[in-house]
Design a protein around this ligand. Structure first.
Ligand code: EPS
Length: 391
């Protein structure tokens, strides 16, 4: 069973990830992980923090000589900014120096207030440090390993931005294999150049207005076998697991699989995907769908068609023109804490979502094909795909 947990405070020593249950025998290089850490840091609209950080993975356990051992993999992405916060974040001595003052003006839209109430903190920093989206560096590192694993089975994924603020791109007709190449051309990871330019203008305007923008990201995964996940119990359904993983990404407020909300106005006859037969062999098997409105899942299992998921991200909640909040000491109405922040991080979400989806799919692969070692998984996968193609 693959399990993935992170640890780390935004301005603490680093972002850490423990990946337990990852199979032995996968050859990996530092660049397999660092390339995705670098992609996550890109994107027009990020704040000053990204000029401080230069994320690289440090493997603390579980990989030897460039090969995974089957033992827990512990990954660290050290925070360069920790040097500026060392005394404020020191584990043993009470906070001192820059950043040490108590945060008692919780920011609307953040975890600050509820976290302080729930955990009994009288300094919201004890909450916001962990709630920060810096944590996604750790999950991207783990997801990068998972996507390396999936690549052994021919599975690939691509995430891209389809909306920032009011600006929408039309990318439905772009084949998945082209998405990555087109998205990396754009400073906001959008495949449509005209929309990309308008998105950058919108972010620039939001920054001038001391405001923030959210958006919509789409992730596609392809060359999947049918039957990842299961219909038999609610907690093993693949779409439910994807939804939990995706909704756990900071600031994500909505999720769609396939047509999702956009499909409800259609009658069933124009929603459901007709089944056709097309002799393989093919990883997805010989039974195809004439359309893919379902987005690659039926009954909580992958169908073998492309998996298509969309995520809605709310605007960043730290505003340079702060909203009103309450001073938790005096109960007076005051401006929220104004911290250095990003104007828009939707482009980063495209990379994060890709890596988080890879982790969920790797978990389902390991469950279906056995997770001790890659060679064993491969035998089981080959025999399953062969049997599906004979049906
Ligand atoms: C974040 C606030 C900003 C972001 C940070 C997430 O950090 P800071 O408060 O240090 O300026 O830059 O994201 C990252 C550091 C990152 O690597 O993605 C927040 O409050 O969520």
């Amino acid at each position: 069973m693959l399990r993935c947990f992170s640890a780390g405070e935004s301005h603490g020593r680093g972002a850490f990830c423990l990946l337990d249950g990852f199979p032995a025998g996968l050859h990996v290089s530092p660049d397999d992980i660092n390339a995705w850490l670098a992609e996550r840091q890109k994107g027009y609209g990020r704040g000053g923090r990204q000029r401080i950080e230069n994320d690289e993975v440090d493997v603390l356990a579980g990989i030897r000589g460039g090969v995974t051992l089957g033992s827990p993999i512990l990954l660290a992405v050290w925070n360069r900014d920790f040097a500026n916060w060392a005394s404020a974040m020191d584990p043993w001595t009470p906070p001192a120096g820059p950043g040490a003052e108590r945060v008692v003006h919780p920011r609307p839209g953040h975890a600050d207030l509820v976290g302080a109430l729930k955990y009994g903190h009288d300094d919201c920093r004890n909450v916001l440090e962990r709630a920060s989206a810096r944590e996604t560096a750790a999950r991207v590192a783990a997801g990068a390993l998972c996507r390396r694993l999936l690549a052994e089975f021919g599975v690939d994924l691509a995430g891209h931005v389809i909306q920032i603020g009011p600006v929408e791109a039309d990318t439905d007709s772009i084949p998945s294999e082209r998405i990555r190449a087109l998205a990396v051309e754009s400073d906001v990871r959008c495949c449509d150049p005209a929309a990309s330019a308008a998105m950058i203008d919108a972010i620039r305007q939001a920054k001038r207005d001391k405001d923030a923008l959210g958006g919509v990201v789409e992730v596609r995964a392809w060359s999947l076998p049918p039957g990842l996940g299961s219909h038999v119990q609610w907690d093993v359904k693949i779409d439910a697991r994807i939804a939990q993983a995706m909704m756990s990404i900071q600031a994500v407020k909505g999720l769609e699989v396939g047509l999702g909300f956009r499909g409800v106005s259609r009658p069933g006859s124009r929603f459901h995907d007709e089944i056709v037969y097309s002799a393989g062999p093919r990883t997805g098997g010989p039974y195809r769908r004439a359309t893919n409105h379902a987005g690659g899942t039926e009954g909580g299992m992958t169908t073998g068609e492309e998996l298509i998921v969309r995520l809605a991200k709310k605007p960043i909640a730290t505003l340079m023109r702060p909203l009103r909040t309450v001073d938790m000491d005096t109960h007076e109405s005051v401006d929220a804490l104004r911290e250095r922040s990003d104007t828009c991080a939707v482009a980063a979400l495209a990379v994060i979502a890709e890596c988080v989806l890879a982790t969920t799919l790797a978990e389902a692969f390991i469950e279906k094909f056995g997770g001790d070692d890659l060679a064993g998984m491969m035998r089981s996968f080959d025999s399953y795909v062969a049997s599906v193609n004979e049906r």
